[in-house]
Write a protein that binds this ligand. Structure first.
Ligand SMILES: C[S@@+](CC[C@H](N)C(=O)[O-])C[C@H]1O[C@@H](n2cnc3c(N)ncnc32)[C@H](O)[C@@H]1O
Length: 176
């Protein structure tokens, strides 16, 4: 049987971003270094500009125990979940260099954006993502569902996944 054709990520990135635009995955209220609190309903242009910028977007602090407000984010060093900066996500994917047919495990689903990009590239059936925080995992599932992707989603500590066979592993979660 012929090997499936490998498409370099440079070629794939524009179509994946079209299939899974970042704005489908960023929550309505989040926080960035440049803008502080961004609220899609209160100020759409600022929210859009933040989503388009190559910067991480904080989506949760203190594992959800503290409400995400501008002053709370500044007060805590524990920015527990975010939508990673696009250049970082694509650097990770480039390093991962998945081939068609590969099974990929992502540790740290976050907003679900990376899982969506991987699903657009490999097919959702090839992708499993695990998220330790239940609330973040539920939001990611909603985002992915709305975007039309159904990768395998697990809730738990990615460090405990010892049983899964996969060809590549992409992780932005905390290391042991
Ligand atoms: C930087 S965010 C992931 C961003 C994600 N790639 C995206 O596209 O939105 C890191 C996520 O890893 C999760 N996390 C941290 N440690 C983890 C672990 N040991 N197992 C699973 N998830 C973990 C956090 O809750 C957080 O949601």
């Amino acid at each position: 049987m012929a090997e499936p054709e490998h498409k370099p990520l440079e070629e794939f990135a524009p179509s994946a971003e079209w299939a899974a635009p970042r704005e489908w995955f960023v929550p309505d209220v989040a926080w960035t270094v440049e803008d502080g609190l961004i609220d899609r309903h209160a100020d759409l242009p600022t929210w859009n500009a933040a989503v388009a910028r190559d910067d991480a977007i904080v989506t949760q602090i203190d594992d959800g125990a503290t409400q995400l407000t501008a002053s709370n984010v500044r007060r805590t060093p524990n920015r527990s979940s975010s939508c990673s900066a696009p250049s970082l996500v694509f650097d990770f994917l480039r390093l991962l260099e998945p081939y068609p047919g590969d099974r990929v495990l992502e540790v740290g689903t976050g907003t679900g954006w990376t899982a969506a990009l991987l699903s657009a590239y490999l097919g959702a059936q090839q992708v499993t993502s695990i998220e330790v925080d239940e609330q973040i995992a539920a939001q990611a599932e909603e985002h992915l569902d709305r975007a039309g992707f159904a990768p395998g989603l697990l809730v738990g500590d990615g460090r405990c996944v010892k049983w899964m066979r996969c060809d590549a592993c992409n992780g932005t979660g905390k290391q042991p």
